[in-house]
Design a protein around this ligand. Structure first.
Ligand code: ADP
Length: 261
């Protein structure tokens, strides 16, 4: 599986140019974090890759090794987006193909144990904490075994210990089936604790300003000394990295007057 992204320009009908000259490839099993300032175009990028938005000047190509019936792209959003009127088990069954449902019912019970929710299949989302709902959403993203999993700040707005637990769980699930992951975050520590590679985006219109391999042993947490050290050395070298700038600041070449933020 290879994902090749070649976006010459992505502008919205109101004239807002979100992305310009952004190219990269992702290999099978690679965990890539995407870091950039707010409003840079990260969600726009994921939507384009997912095919939710096809209006671009450029191309997104996914050369797949999977059987045709298998879904190739999964998406995990900022909110868990569980169906409130369905139980946990029914929410999970919903994403499985009908023929897979019967076979996987027993497996689902085991999988719920694996994500720390044993015996919770009959509960409704409203009976779960925010962290538990994210666990269900994580499991739902992985049980369809996507080749590419797109994650848009999935642990935002969680307290620090819960986010830590979910990052550990994410790494465990990823190690089992090894999809390629594109994980959007504005937290450099989170990116360095999860990814094989971090793509840093400029401010809008976004392009890649730094493609950084992260060669640290796993499993990792954001508290690891090696993660902290890399974090500090990166910001020392590029103080404006999180504002989307390597020195000197990049020139902007298309108008942004009509953008909302
Ligand atoms: P990020 O995820 O990096 O915060 P987004 O991809 O959400 O950024 O947005 C990038 C830019 O595109 C922002 O300026 C935003 O206002 C603009 N934008 C996003 N969606 C739309 C839309 N549907 N119509 C017009 N402008 C949009």
């Amino acid at each position: 599986m290879t994902l090749t992204v070649d976006i010459r320009k992505k502008a919205y009908p109101n004239g807002c140019c979100a992305i310009e000259n952004l190219q990269f490839s992702a290999q099978r099993g690679e965990f890539i974090a995407i870091v950039g300032p707010s409003g840079a175009g990260k969600t726009t990028l994921l939507n384009l890759i997912a095919g939710l938005d096809r209006n671009l000047d450029g191309s997104i190509a996914l050369r797949s090794g999977a059987a045709p019936a298998r879904p190739t792209i999964g998406f995990m959003f900022q909110e868990p987006r569980l169906m409130p009127w369905l139980t946990v088990q029914q929410n999970l069954e919903l994403v499985l193909a009908p023929q897979a449902r019967l076979q996987q019912v027993v497996q689902l019970q085991d999988m719920l144990g694996l994500v720390g929710l044993p015996g919770c299949g009959a509960l409704f989302p409203g009976q779960l904490s925010g962290g538990m709902q994210r666990r269900v959403a994580l499991l739902r993203a992985f049980i369809v075994e996507p080749e590419v999993l797109l994650m848009d700040e999935p642990f935002q707005s969680l307290d620090a210990p819960t986010a830590d637990q979910l990052r550990t769980l994410l790494q465990e699930l990823w190690q089992r089936t090894r999809p390629s992951v594109l994980f959007v975050t504005h937290s450099l520590r989170e990116a360095l604790s999860l990814a094989d590679r971090v793509l840093f985006l400029s401010a809008r219109p976004s392009r890649i300003i730094l493609d950084l391999p992260v060669d640290l042993s796993r499993p990792r947490t954001i508290e690891d000394a090696a993660v902290q050290k890399l974090h500090a050395s990166l910001l020392e070298r590029y103080p404006q990295l999180l504002e989307g700038q390597l020195a000197p600041p990049p020139e902007k070449s298309c108008t942004v007057h009509s953008c909302m933020r």
